[in-house]
Design a protein around this ligand. Structure first.
Ligand code: ARG
Length: 465
C-alpha cells in the first residue's frame, strides 16, 4: 500500500485541493475490499462485453480491456499489485491500473456504470461464491452427523430435560436432532441465495443510465437469475447481507448448542465421549489437562457473529434512498461473518466423524436417574390403572430406589409388587433401557429402527442437493 501516493483521483476534476491525509485513510476501503478483486474484474468484463454488444465500445477496445483486466488479475494473484489508499477502494485501484496499462481505452470502461452499482454487484458475486462454499461445508458436516447416527442407532444414553435425566434415548437420535437444525439452516441459506441472485448492474449511480444498455445480458453473463427491478433499490439494498448474517447467527447458535454438549460430555464427570487429541490442547500448568478448545472457541465465536448482525441492522436503519457512504461499513462485518462461520463449520465437519462415544459410560448413566419411570407408568396404564394413580405408584417405587440405591430395572419383581400387585414378569420388557427406546417406534421417535430410517431419509436429502 503506497499511502503517500498523490495520484490524481478519478473524481478529482471539481476539487481545488488534495484530500486531507486523514480523510483519505478514513474514507478508504481498499484495505478490506480488495478481497473482492476477482468479482470486481468479472463484473467489469461482463459490463465491457455488454457495452461492446450495444455498440458503445468497439471490439478492439473490448479486447484491450479484457487483456488488461486479465493481466491485472494475474498481478494481484502474484502479489505484485500495488494497492493504493489514495485510490480509495478496490474498484478505483483496478480501474486506474487498467488505464496505466492500456491508456485511454481503460477510461472508457466506466461508461454507463457507477461505483454504486459496481459495488452492489461485486458484494453479491463475492457472497454468492462464499455461500456455495459454505453450503458444501454444511453438507459435509451433516454427512458426518448422519453417518455417526447410523453407527450409533442403538447406542443408549440418557436423554435430558432441564439437564436432569429424563428418558433413555439413542446417541444416533441425539445426533439427528443436531442434523435437523442444520437442515433448516441449509434451507435458509438457499433461500437467501435465491433472493439475492439478481444483478444490480445498470442501476448506475441511482437512476439508471442514458446508454442503450442490455441488463439481461450482464445479468446472464454473471450467472444472476435476472436484473434487479428498481435502480434506487439496487444501489442501496443491503438486506441480502443482513439475511446472510441472520442465517449465520442461527448456524452459530446451533453450533454453540452442540459445543456446550461436547464440552460437558468430555469432562470427567460425564465422560460420555472422547475427542481425539488433535482437536484439543493442554494446559501450561496442569499436566493432566486435555481441554476441548475447539468447541469452546466455536461457542465463543457466536458473540462476534451476533454482533455483526446487529451492526448491519443498525447500519441500514433510517438510511434514506439511495446509496450512502454508510454502506461501505457493510463489508467488514459481512467478511468476518463469512470467515468465522467457514472456520467453525470446517472445525465441526472435521471433528464430528472423530467423536468416540464411551458406550458403557453412557449406558451406565442412563441407568442412573430412573430414566424408565415413564415406561413403568405407561405399563400400568396399559394394564388398566389410571395415569395419575400409575404416576403415584411409580413415584413410590422411585423413592424406594433412591433409598436402596437401585434403578427400577435393577429391582426384583417382589420389590416392584410392593407398590402395585398388577405388576408381573412382563414389566421387565419395558423397564430395560433397550425396551424403553425400542417402544418409541414412530416417525421422530428414538427406537433404533426409526433412527436408521430417519438417518436414511436425511442422507437421501443430502444426496439430492
Ligand atoms: N467503496 C465504496 C463502498 O464500499 C464503493 C462505492 C462508493 N461510491 C461512492 N459514490 N462514493 O460502498
Amino acid at each position: 500500500m503506497t499511502d503517500q501516493d498523490h495520484a490524481i483521483k478519478p473524481w478529482g476534476g471539481r476539487f481545488s485541493e488534495p484530500t486531507d491525509a486523514f480523510v483519505e485513510r478514513f474514507t478508504a476501503s481498499v484495505q478490506f475490499d480488495q478481497r473482492m478483486y476477482h468479482h470486481d474484474i468479472n463484473g467489469s468484463l461482463a459490463h465491457a462485453q455488454m457495452l461492446t454488444k450495444v455498440g458503445v465500445l468497439s471490439s478492439d477496445e473490448y479486447l484491450q480491456i479484457q487483456q488488461g483486466l486479465e493481466d491485472i488479475r494475474t498481478e494481484i494473484l502474484a502479489g505484485e499489485f500495488q494497492w493504493s489508499i489514495t485510490l480509495e477502494d478496490v474498484h478505483m485501484n483496478i480501474e486506474a491500473r487498467l488505464t496505466d496499462k492500456i491508456g485511454i481505452t481503460g477510461k472508457k470502461l466506466h461508461t454507463g456504470r457507477s461505483r454504486n452499482d459496481q459495488v452492489a454487484t461485486d458484494i453479491r458475486l463475492y457472497l454468492r461464491d462464499e455461500i456455495d462454499s459454505i453450503a458444501k461445508d454444511l453438507t459435509r458436516l451433516q454427512e458426518g452427523l448422519t453417518e455417526l447416527a447410523i453407527q450409533h442407532a442403538s447406542t443408549i444414553m440418557p436423554g435430558f430435560t432441564h439437564l436432569q435425566t429424563a428418558q433413555p434415548v439413542t446417541f444416533g437420535h441425539h445426533l439427528l436432532a443436531w442434523n435437523e437444525m442444520l437442515e433448516r439452516d441449509y434451507a435458509r441459506l438457499m433461500d437467501c441465495r435465491s433472493r439475492m441472485n439478481q444483478c444490480p448492474l445498470g442501476a448506475a449511480a441511482l437512476a439508471g443510465t442514458t446508454y442503450p444498455i442490455d441488463r439481461e445480458m450482464t445479468a446472464q453473463l454473471l450467472g444472476f437469475d435476472s436484473p434487479t427491478e428498481n435502480s434506487l433499490d439496487s444501489v442501496s439494498d443491503r438486506d441480502f447481507a443482513i439475511e446472510f448474517t441472520a442465517f449465520s447467527s442461527l448456524v452459530m447458535t446451533h453450533l454453540s448448542r452442540f459445543s456446550e454438549e461436547l464440552v460437558l460430555w468430555t469432562c470427567a464427570q460425564f465422560n460420555f465421549i472422547d475427542l481425539p487429541d488433535r482437536f484439543c490442547t493442554g494446559s501450561s500448568i496442569m499436566p493432566q489437562k486435555k481441554n476441548p478448545d475447539v468447541p469452546e472457541l466455536v461457542r465463543g465465536k457466536v458473540g462476534r457473529v451476533n454482533g455483526h448482525l446487529i451492526s448491519l441492522l443498525t447500519l441500514m436503519k433510517s438510511q434514506p434512498l439511495a446509496y450512502n457512504k454508510d454502506n461501505q461499513e457493510d463489508k467488514e462485518p459481512l467478511f468476518d461473518t463469512i470467515d468465522t462461520i467457514k472456520d467453525c463449520l470446517k472445525a465441526y465437519a472435521d471433528m464430528i466423524p472423530a467423536i468416540v462415544p464411551n458406550k458403557e459410560v453412557m449406558l451406565e448413566a442412563a441407568k442412573r436417574g430412573f430414566s424408565t419411570a415413564t415406561d413403568l407408568a405407561d405399563y400400568l396404564v396399559r394394564k388398566g390403572v389410571a395415569f395419575r394413580d400409575a404416576h403415584e405408584v411409580v413415584g413410590k417405587s422411585v423413592a424406594y430406589g433412591i433409598k436402596e440405591n437401585k434403578d427400577l430395572s435393577e429391582m426384583s419383581l417382589q420389590e416392584l409388587q410392593q407398590f402395585s400387585d398388577i405388576i408381573d414378569d412382563s414389566v421387565f420388557d419395558v423397564l430395560t433401557l433397550e425396551g424403553s427406546v425400542a417402544a418409541r417406534d414412530h416417525i421422530g421417535g428414538t427406537a433404533p429402527a426409526q433412527v436408521i430410517a430417519a438417518a436414511k431419509r436425511a442422507t437421501n436429502k443430502l444426496k439430492a442437493r
